[in-house]
Design a protein around this ligand. Structure first.
Ligand code: ADP
Ligand code: ZN
Ligand code: MG
Length: 637
């Protein structure tokens, strides 16, 4: 088994901090509390003690005659009586009749009123109205408040309560400072950020663009390998622009019954338009946006309807809708051409795997909350991780911290990170996976075969580590790392790569005269590479510079596998592939026969110590007269 940074674990992205609806039950509890407070207040006011006891008007007349009344305040039919001894009582008179008239009816002579002050208060005073109307008004006010309060809560919850089970979009609120992601949280990706700044500008001040008649892109599609930060970047755009972010993954559209996907799309767009300016983000859009057509068997009806609905909605955008649709995919090749034609997802932003400098930046970002020991050198880690995506680096930092915590250390050390690199690449070591003596010997020769071929052939990557400790799915592994980041790979490198992959197979055959099932994945990898050389890279002289794989635009019912070239070419391809494979075998055989002594030495050393780090491995090479590849050391400092 040889591994060239394959099998990496992709972490569950940390970008899952979209806002969840605040618990609905707490809202209800809050509302009930408010209700109780209001009720109490109401009872307090409306039940204001009728403490001054009420006296009949006839008694009042008697008191007046007896000269015991000091003062009467008249408020329409209510009388407040203050007696000479200071007691206060209430009484009522007939509404139309005046007080003096009423009293006269009870035999009070005008002169008897001389000792009594009579004060008439304006019954239309504000206080009067409040006192009289409040009892009726309060319940109404309360009900209104209750509804207002609930609806406010619901809006805060991202309007989700109104759309139960409909669009399923998760909404990130721009005011949610904790979960806000900005461009600062995304390292590298300079060109992509540059491209997206324009979108941010538009969302921030749409007027400026609309006034000058500029047509704003409706759709932006982010493409790039898994874990390169597509989802992260889309969230960062929303965060930078401070607009609501509707997040939905393509597969969520599809998981339900026919017709629901399309209605979810309608819902989603309706909600977004209400909240405009806003961003709709459809993650993993290839789940619905695959090439349509075929349509045999109707198996894809649901997906097709969903896709159509998205197209319809996007076409229906008014320029001032201020809604931008972003989408992400790592399979741009399978997307329906209708999606990427102008006026729909016409902006394409490509995210590359990070280069060395970017990897260092990403590591720095994820190191922020981790206490690092003084010996940490992130630059070195970045150098050792070519081919890692942002997500791999995130999980590397995390694994490093876990290793440190498991050993009860308060800080993360460099060697934690170095061990984490291998863990991310290969999965955890399986020390318990014991090999029999014979198996151990076979595995040792197999890995030694890979390692030796890689060390001798000029265009293969140098070996960093050889091990016969089982790891992930591999029985053993040879770790080789390219000298530098490469965008381009040459034919010579491919040829040596294939020979190196076959080194294990050749060694087993040479030493034991038999072949195990061990090299099956080596063979598969090498064959795939050889086929790609012939059909995609034009690296076969016999076939010439033709690409026999179109961009995946064939309708899906053809399975995307069927070759659409002639039988003649097809058989030529097959013979070219097997020629390349045979050349690989020959070249591996040549190396291993020539350096048989070194092969034995490496294998024996492996059986002894199980794992050889680069320095030890190179000592064995030198002892057997092979000059290790060193050029990278000078280059990297
Ligand atoms: P994708 O959607 O492209 O598969 P994600 O955006 O989900 O990848 O990335 C997964 C995680 O990897 C992110 O949450 C982040 O922690 C990390 N990551 C990826 N790219 C970067 C980057 N350029 N800068 C910082 N972190 C990154
Ligand atoms: Zn192998
Ligand atoms: Mg993603």
């Amino acid at each position: 088994m040889d591994l060239n940074f394959l099998n990496k674990n992709t972490p569950e992205g940390k970008g899952k901090n979209t806002k969840k609806a605040p618990k609905f039950s707490t809202n209800i509890a809050g509302a009930i509390f408010v209700f109780m407070v209001i009720t109490a207040l109401y009872l307090l006011i409306s039940g204001t003690p009728k403490s001054p006891s009420e006296v009949p008007i006839s008694d009042l007349a008697k008191s007046v005659i007896a000269g015991e009344v000091k003062d009467i305040v008249v408020e329409s039919e209510d009388l407040t009586i203050t007696y000479s001894d200071g007691t206060i009582k209430k009484a009522k008179k007939e509404v139309e009749a005046s007080l003096s008239q009423t009293l006269a009816n009870y035999g009070v002579k005008p002169e008897m009123l001389a000792g009594t002050t009579i004060e008439v208060k304006n019954p239309n005073g504000f206080g009067y109205w409040v006192i009289n109307i409040l009892p009726y008004l309060l319940p109404i006010l309360f009900i209104a408040f209750f509804f207002w309060y609930l609806s406010r809560q619901v809006k805060g919850a991202g309007m989700q309560a109104f759309t139960f089970g409909q669009s399923k979009a998760r909404i990130t609120d721009p005011d949610d400072k904790n979960n806000r992601v900005t461009f600062k949280d995304v390292a590298g990706c300079k060109e992509a950020k540059e491209e997206l700044k324009e979108i941010v500008d538009f969302l921030k001040s749409p007027k400026k663009f609309l006034e000058i008649g500029a047509r704003i892109p409706k759709g932006v599609i982010l493409t790039g390998a898994p874990g390169t930060g597509k989802t992260l970047l889309a969230r960062a755009v929303a965060g930078e622009a401070s607009v609501p972010f509707f997040h939905l993954s393509g597969s969520e559209f599809v998981e339900m019954f026919v017709g629901v996907g399309a209605s979810r799309v309608r819902d989603l767009f309706k909600m977004a338009k209400k909240a405009a300016p806003a961003i709709i983000f459809v993650d993993e859009i290839d789940a619905i946006g695959r090439t349509r057509g075929g349509g045999f068997g109707g198996g894809n009806d649901e997906r097709e309807q969903t896709l159509n609905q998205i197209l319809v909605e996007m076409d229906g955008f008014e320029p001032n809708d201020k809604v931008i649709v972003m989408a992400a995919t790592n399979r741009p090749d399978v997307l329906d051409p209708a999606l990427i034609r102008p006026g729909r997802f016409d902006r394409k932003v490509i995210l590359d795997l990070p280069d060395r400098a970017d990897r260092e930046e990403i590591l720095k970002i994820h190191a922020i909350k981790k206490p690092l020991a003084e010996d940490i050198n992130l630059k070195l880690i970045a150098e050792r991780t070519p081919g890692f995506s942002g997500a791999d680096l995130y999980s590397l930092m995390n694994e490093g911290a876990i290793l440190a915590a498991r050993e009860n250390r308060k800080k993360v050390f460099q060697f934690d990170l170095i061990r984490a690199i291998e863990k991310v690449m290969l999965g955890p070591e399986r020390k318990s996976h014991l090999l029999s003596k014979k198996e151990k010997e076979i595995t040792a020769y197999h890995e030694a075969g890979h390692a030796l071929v890689a060390s001798v052939l000029p265009n293969a990557d140098p070996v960093h580590k050889v091990s016969i400790v089982a790891r992930g799915n591999a029985g053993g592994y040879t770790l080789k790392l390219p000298l530098e980041d490469r965008r381009l790979q040459s034919k010579r490198e491919f040829i040596d790569d294939i020979a190196m992959s076959l080194g294990g197979y050749v060694a087993e055959k040479m030493v034991f005269g038999d072949i195990t099932t061990g090299p099956s994945s080596d063979l598969q990898g090498a064959t795939n590479l050889a086929r790609a050389m012939v059909t995609r890279f034009g690296m076969s002289d016999l076939i010439g510079p033709i690409s026999l794989e179109d961009g995946g635009l064939r309708p899906e019912f053809m399975g995307g596998v069927e070759k659409d070239y002639s039988e003649n070419i097809s058989s030529k391809v097959d013979s070219e592939v097997s020629r390349i494979m045979n050349d690989g075998i020959v070249s591996a055989e040549k190396v291993l026969t020539e350096h048989r002594k070194a092969l034995d030495a490496i294998a024996h050393r492996l059986i002894e110590v199980e794992t050889l780090e680069r320095e030890d491995f190179e000592k064995v090479l030198i002892a057997n007269g092979i000059e290790p590849k060193r050029k990278e050391i000078e280059k990297m400092v």
